[in-house]
Design a protein around this ligand. Sequence first.
Ligand SMILES: [Zn+2]
Length: 189
Amino acid sequence: MLKFEDFTPRQMRDLSSVLGVLKKKVRDRRLPRDFGSLLADILARTGEQVCVTFRGNEGSCGVKTKPGQETKSFTLGSNQIFICQKAFTAKHDGKPRLGAILLHELVHTRGGLELDAETFENLLFRGEGARPPDRRDYARFREQDSPGAGRRGAGIQGTWVLMNPRTKEVTDKKIGRHVIHFRPRRRDR
Ligand SMILES: [Zn+2]
């Protein structure tokens, strides 16, 4: 379950509305099974609690990992998300980013790496505020890649997904099923 702290009533209205959208998307889309059940659990009233706290005008959105150690780029699970002021006004292609940002950080709280967070953000919010990965994101995917364990075929590894570095196709790491193309061919868009 998500617990929201220090937001204004107006921000809470925005958050409730994107949360409603997110819950529906999670029900309707096929996600890698392990990740899907972790996400459904924190979105459910009875599930594990994750705190979402307003950070104010300073700083950026992110996930707290351990006391005193906080990072946006390399996260191994947490029950604390920070949402900054910018998240409420940020847009991509004219669409508000709040839902995409909230999901992105939720993925990190379950132990998702940058590749996982970008994958599910773009899978669920493409055309609705998701930002496709940029050059810095691809560099981070590579940085966080862990060759070896559990690898199925060649590719850059996240916690639940695998990306073909040439085609930018992302697949479910366990069963090899297609998840998303970061660079869809024109006719797929
Ligand atoms: Zn991230």
